[in-house]
Design a protein around this ligand. Sequence first.
Ligand code: AMP
Length: 159
Amino acid sequence: MIDPAVAQMLTKHQEKFLIPGNVVANVIDTNNLYHAFLVLTKVHYAKIIVLDKDGKYRGLLSLAMITEQMLETETVAVEKLKHIRVEQVMQTDAPTIVDPYDIEQDLHLLTDQPFLPVVADNGDFTGIVTRREMFKAINYLVHGIDQEYDIISKHRVKE
Ligand code: AMP
């Protein structure tokens, strides 16, 4: 359980946690990998969101998942990508969250994931919470806590 004083400081600018879906790069599950390869290369992200045509969350797609499909014994078969759909290779077991402002859950999951897709109970994709925004909140906490609270050690602290 996070101390309420710490939680209060971590969530002070919580409106910044959620990067809304309309500014998050995505590909559609039925797109072919050739198209997805171009999108991923252009946006400079290692992994992006996969949606269906109705805006429901389907999974994640990384450059590595695509390049794996291109590799043959001695060549790189780029044309092959035109015949494989995103949904055939995407990752579907990545953790998702419903509430972007659940700080306890965010911290726990962002330890292993660079970002968390926020997905409503009906499957609608609403955005992502990134490690970067969480780090900004932690930075604010560690640099500002002594300005809002007196911290008294329960143990002897060596200077
Ligand atoms: P960051 O913590 O900002 O480096 O973001 C971590 C990861 O989240 C990035 O590597 C991307 O995979 C993903 N990401 C962040 N912002 C966006 C965005 N606007 N669109 C798509 N993916 C994003």
